[in-house]
Structure formats: structure tokens, C-alpha cells
Design a protein around this ligand. Sequence first.
Ligand code: ADP
Length: 613
Amino acid sequence: MPRRQFLLFLAALLGPCLFLLAFGLRLLDQERQLEQKRIQEERQRQADRVGQELLTLVERIRLDLALTPDGRPHPAVVFVGKWREGRLEFPWDAPSKAQPVCDSSADSAFCGRLRQAEHAELVAREFDSAAQGYGEAIQAARQPGTETHARLRLARTLAKLDRRAQARIEYERVLRTPSAVVDEYGIPLGLYAAPPLLATERGRNEVLALIWRHLEGLDRLPAPALYMLRDLAQEAGSGEVVTRLAERIQDREQAVGLQRDFARLMPVSRTPEPMWVPFGDPPWLVSIPAAGRPAEGLVIALRATDLFSRLSPAARGVELARGNTGEPLGENFPGLLVTLPALDQTGAASRRIFLLLALVLVLGLTLFAGHLLWRDVRREARLAEMRSQFVSSVSHELKTPLATIRVFSEMMRLGDELDRDTQCQHLDTITQETARLSRLVDNVLAFARIEQGKQVYRTQSVALAGVIDAAARAIEYPARESGFQLEISADGDLPPVSGDRDALEQAVLNLLSNAMKYSGESRRIGLHLSRDESAALIRVVDHGIGIPNEEQTRIFERFYRVPSTENEHVPGTGLGLTLVDHIIKAHGGSVEVESAPGKGSTFTLRLPLGNHS
Ligand code: ADP
């Protein structure tokens, strides 16, 4: 195939393929970008929804706290504090109104007795008189706080006197002191009676009951009271209470951190609306007072995980982000990032797979069509080449006999003195060459008719012995001239077949002439007529150059000639076997080849005997 045609073909096929590939890849890329954008928008929408829901929740809590400050606080509330004069104040910060036990002369009778008793107990170690002194001080006390102080000392002295039952009664009295009665550090005085009571089961239960009562109002207790309660709970063996108290203590520590950092958080708030900022770990949401009123405001700290667990089922799976990656929840929650549950992307993935498959399919189809086209084009090109070869070989084949005829006719005309034998020889040669010419013309005409679909076989009853006889006679002269020995055998009682006698003779003649052409050094040719159960067999055997296995089917193609060096100098058109095949198939038969290079070939024409058998 010419190079230019090949390049044009490549351009015609590869161009669209490359375009298709680029287009497909671009489409895939666009699809991916679109999907990313969709996911981003969807996440933003989800985050906005969650932000809105969270805002409604925290604002409701804030409103509840503002409307009913003494009501039961929401479980998510850690504390409600105040921003006042540049400082964050906690509810437990309220200074204790309690005075030291004896710091004034206002209660001089009580203080005098208490000091005497303390001297007797701690210095003189006269416990009996000390106990009596403390009892008198209790009588003289005018406030519950001072009385409880004296009673604590009395209980201690009774214990030293080993009057345990009495001591316990006094401790129990102290334990029942109202929790509002505190020392100057804000610690409820009742708590001081708890340790000695823990020794008995009854005392332990009373202490635990006291601790439970305090758990209700932990917000108002100072940190040391919390530590004391925790230690008591630990000694009393109540793990649940210890855990709750440990959590509160941790809250206090985190609150101290918030107090330190609060001023730094403040400038975040720029809008007149109060804002909620995340703080600490475990995370809190802390309300920052509105920008317009930075001097004073309510500060509420809420447990973020508690809040998130209260969101609607649509927002489930949303969590506070750890680190700096996450979706922002909008301007009401500056700095608050959340992680959203993964979006369902199966739709996008299947869309991409579909696109990819479509691309592969279209590319595959285009390449397959290109392959078929390429095969057709190559076949046509080969045929065109063969045709032009055919024209040149036909012209060559025509020229040789014509030249011989002309030479011998000239010799006859000019040679007056030629003897009779020589004249006969010349005339034989001319007849022989004419026969060869007409064989060639017959082949070409038959082929032309076949190509145009006009070939008609006239069916008659044909004796095959006659056919091979006629063919042998037609080839006899040139065979003899070239030194060939023709071995002929025929099965005598073969019934006639129905067919076109001339066509069958032409087929046998073509095989015989091939046997002569491709015999190489060998000079033996066999022509045998026989039969098997259902068919007559005409066999042409030579011992010539043979045909390679892979060429044995191709030799029946039109114009095809085996491309070997031995064949190069043998004249031929590549039509002989095409015609043989066509004729025999038209008679319902088949052509078989047995051949091996260098060993010779046997062509068998198998013709059905039909109802003549
Ligand atoms: P051609 O005019 O070339 O002989 P054919 O159609 O008769 O055309 O044969 C096709 C090809 O088959 C030949 O060119 C030759 O290569 C091969 N061929 C045919 N008959 C024989 C044979 N008896 N021995 C070897 N090769 C043969």
C-alpha cells in the first residue's frame, strides 16, 4: 500500500480517536470537578442547617436562664457567670459572709468561754473541764455558725475522753447543720463532722446523704469544698459520686483557664448579637457578650458534646472537629469547626464509571471499525496490484505464442525449398501454439463471465473417461515436446456424471498444464480416474516443486501466485485454479490438494455421482 495512503488512513483514524480520547478525559475531569463542587455546597448547606439548629438550641437555653435564673439549669450548662469590670466572675466566687469564729468583741461571753475551753483542751490537757467549757460556749453562742464551731470542738474533746457515743451524737448534730452555714472560706461547716462518722455504717450513710444534698448546689461551693467532698466520697466508697465530683473539679480547672483567656476571646465578638465560641477540652461553647455592651454581660458555658447529642436526627453524626480542618458553622459560632458525616457518593462514582465505559466502548468500536476498514483497504490494494500483474502476465502469455506463430508462418512463406516433414513440424507448432492461445483466452473469458455472474454451465450426461482422454490429447503434444511422460489410468465401469463437458475438460486441462509448469526437474505426470462410494475422482499427480502448507488454501484465490523463487520464471496469471475451483463447486464437487515442498502435488477433483451411480 502506498505510504501516502497509509498516512492518510492513520490520520483519518487516529485523529478522531485522539479527539474522542481528549474529549472523554475532559468530560471525566469536568464531572469530577462538578462533583467536588456539589459535595462542597452540600456540606456547606448541611453545616448551615446544623448551625441554625444549634443556635436555636443555645438561645433557648440562654432565654430559659434569663427568665428563670433560679430554675433547674439545663444539663448542658457548665456554669452561668458574669463579665463585670473586665473580669469573668463565677457563681462560686461569691465571697463568704462568714466571719472568723472570734474576731470581735461583739460576742465576748462566747469567745471568753471558747478560749478558756481551748486552753484547757490544748494546753492544760484537762479534757473534762474543756468539755464543760465548750458546752457553756454552745449555750452562749448567738449565731448558728459560732455554735457549730463550739460543738465541733466539744465532739473532739469527748472523743479524747473516749466518750465515743456522746462524741458521735455531737458530730451528727454538726453534720445536720444547714449547708448555708459556712466558714470564712465558704466550706459548709457540716462537712467537718463527716470524717469521724465514716467509721460506722450508719455514719457512712448519713455522710453520703449529705454529699448527695450538696451535689444539687455544687455551683455555689468553692473549689476547696469540692475537693473535700470528693475525698469524703472516696472514703465512703461511692465511685459514682467521685466521678461526678472529679468532672466538676475538671470544669473548675477549665473555668480558671477560661477566666485567664476570656479577655483574649472578647474581641472576636463584633456584631451586636451575642456569639458562641468554642473553648477547651472537653469542648464548651461559651457565650461572649454582645459587642455593644462589652462592659457587662452574662457568660454561659455549655457542654458542646451534650448540645450536639440533642440535635435533630437529621443532624446526627455531626461532631466538633479536632484540629483545624472542618466545616465552619457560620458567623454566630466564630472559630467553631465541625466534621460532617460522609456524603453518599455512589451516584457520582457510578456516573463516572458509566462515562468511562462509554468512552472505552466508543474508542473500542472506532478502533475495531478502523481495523475492518484497514483490512478491506489492504485487500482492495492487493487485488488492484494482482490485477495489474494479471494484465501484464496475460499480455506476456499472449505475446509468446503469437510470436511463435508469426515466426513459423514467416518461415513457411519464405522457405520454398522446405521438405514435407519440416513443413508438418512447423504446422504442428503453429497448431499447438494456437491451442495454447485459445486455452488462455478461454480461461480469461470464463473468468470474466464468472466475475460478471454470467457464467452458465450446460448440463448433460458426461462420461468422465472421455473428458480425461480429451484433456490428455490436448496436452499430449506440448508434453511430449518437453519430455514429459503422462501416465493415464481410468476406472472402466464409471457411470457418466451430469455436467458441462467443456468446463470439466478445461478444469482437468488447467491442472495438467500446472503439473507441467511446476514439475521442476521431474518429468512424470499422472492422470487417474477412479471412484469411491459416492463420487468420481479425477487425480492429477506431479512430482514437482510442491506447495507449502500455509499457501494451499490461498492458491484458489483469484490472481494469487505463490511468491517463491522457483515460481518467478514460470509464466502464469493466477486464474487457473480459481476457475477449477469454480467449475467443480458449480458441479456440486470439491477440489482437494495434497502437497509438500520438493515432493510434488496431487490435485483431486471430487464429483458427485448422483443418481447415475
Ligand atoms: P498460474 O497461472 O500462476 O499457474 P493458478 O491459479 O493455476 O495460476 O495457480 C496458482 C498458483 O498455485 C501458482 O502460481 C503456483 O504457485 C501454485 N500451483 C498451482 N499448481 C501447482 C502445482 N502442481 N505444483 C506447485 N505449485 C502449483
